[in-house]
Design a protein around this ligand. Structure first.
Ligand code: F6R
Ligand code: MN
Length: 192
């Protein structure tokens, strides 16, 4: 740390815009999320009216050593594709042992967690003043179940990386849909 500049120790994030000063933002539109939603015809129907932003993620990833940490600011818009809420692609960490902490900042949502060894699925609420722990070897997807943007921070080991392919090829075993006005987790294989 001797000689380290304040800039590399302090960063400013903005939950209301999804920005982190000095860090790049990735924007995911609905067209980028082909194959994520359970109902392809609902996905096509929403797309035929436009290509909304589903979420942005801004990552503060200073070059670092193995023991370093990175963080990301995610912001998911409210919305649905059929009965399924707007959500992230979801991923395993490329370095499977890497865990992650998510901190809710604004809005109301869920994390869908799927154990890479057993396939067990859990939903955990993500909301302000709550922290969700994502253990290693766990696929994780973030879901906005509310009517305003869901903003959150994720803090993860610098060497975690992303493995999207492992989950994209078969998708999560469970789907979170609105049923009787409430978010409900159902097995994908049980969907009509
Ligand atoms: C990093 C992490 C988050 C996500 C963000 C977007 O390990 O979990 O910063 O990257 O929530 O989700 P994905 O990456 O699945 O598009
Ligand atoms: Mn992650």
């Amino acid at each position: 740390m001797p000689g380290t500049s304040l800039d590399s120790l302090l960063s400013r994030f903005h939950p209301d815009t999804g920005a982190i000063d000095g860090a790049p933002t990735v924007t995911r539109r609905l067209s980028d999320l082909g194959g994520c939603f359970a109902d392809p015809s609902a996905w096509t129907a929403v797309l035929s009216k436009g290509d909304p932003i589903v979420y942005t993620v801004t990552a503060m990833e200073p070059a670092g050593d193995e023991g370093d940490l990175h963080y990301g600011l995610g912001r998911i818009m409210p919305g649905c594709v059929g009965a399924e809420y707007f959500m992230t692609k979801g991923h395993f960490h490329a370095w499977r042992p890497a865990g992650e902490f998510y901190f809710g900042l604004e809005g109301e949502g869920l994390m869908l967690l799927e154990d890479g060894a057993t396939g067990e699925s859990r939903i955990v609420p993500l909301r302000p003043h709550h922290a969700v722990y994502v253990p290693g070897n766990t696929a994780h997807r973030t879901i906005n179940t509310g009517s305003v943007p869901l903003a959150y921070l994720g803090v993860y080991p610098a060497r975690a990386g992303h493995d999207y392919a492992a989950i994209a090829t078969r998708n999560f075993r469970c789907v979170v849909i609105e049923q009787n006005g409430a978010p409900t987790m159902v097995q994908r294989k049980d969907l009509p």
